[in-house]
Design a protein around this ligand. Structure first.
Ligand code: COA
Length: 167
């Protein structure tokens, strides 16, 4: 198993994995749109011995209260069903956080189960007065500061890019 930054040749494998893992087209279509619009800040893939894509994490830019603060959103995250619960999701996330940290991004937000993302250090965004526009996401919306002062004096609406508007 190899965990690495995605390259153009991975696109078809990522697309197939997302359709398989979510059992629908939304996430794959979203990633295609983000890629077309140049909004994929970072993509991390897990590949098997044959080079097939079996895991994927995408990061794309978000604004905070209308300002670009070098924050990104993690979405989607997927691991092939046959390979779940072996720490692949965890590796994808850590690799992504590491790379983003190296590139000096300031923070990462995610919409997901706190029981899962909490273990990586994501915390409820609401406690910092940060929210996203989807209703009922007060506990699911979380933030992970990469820079020490990333959350200081920052609050308000975290807005994902236009392709997310379709969801
Ligand atoms: C979520 C997902 C990426 C996790 O991948 P994974 O490789 O199994 O993750 P890990 O091995 O790092 O972690 C598995 C652990 O997290 C837990 N876990 C996995 N998904 C979870 C979830 N949605 N909520 C809470 N806990 C979860 C498992 O119970 C397991 O815990 P355990 O090892 O203590 O039993 C994978 O289940 C998946 O692709 N699901 C379908 C797509 C999806 O829902 N993606 C997330 C939303 S974008």
């Amino acid at each position: 198993m190899l965990i690495r930054v995605e390259i153009p040749v991975d696109a078809a494998g990522i697309d197939a994995l997302l359709r398989r893992a979510f059992g629908r087209d939304d996430e794959a279509d979203l990633v295609q749109q983000l890629r077309e619009d140049g909004l994929l800040t970072l993509g991390i893939v897990a590949t098997d011995d044959q080079g097939g894509v079996v895991g994927y994490a995408a990061f794309s830019p978000v604004d905070v209260a209308g300002v670009d603060r070098q924050w990104v959103g993690l979405a989607p995250l997927a691991v092939d069903e046959s390979l779940r619960r072996q720490g692949l999701g965890e590796k994808l996330i850590y690799e992504g956080l590491d790379a983003l940290n190296e590139f000096s991004y300031a923070a990462v937000v995610v919409l997901g189960d706190p029981a899962y993302y909490g273990r990586f250090g994501f915390r409820a965004a609401a406690q910092y007065d940060l929210h996203c526009r989807w209703p009922g996401t007060e506990t699911a919306f979380q933030v992970y500061p990469l820079a020490e002062d990333a959350l200081n004096g920052v609050s308000g609406l975290v807005e994902y890019s236009a392709p997310f508007g379709r969801f």
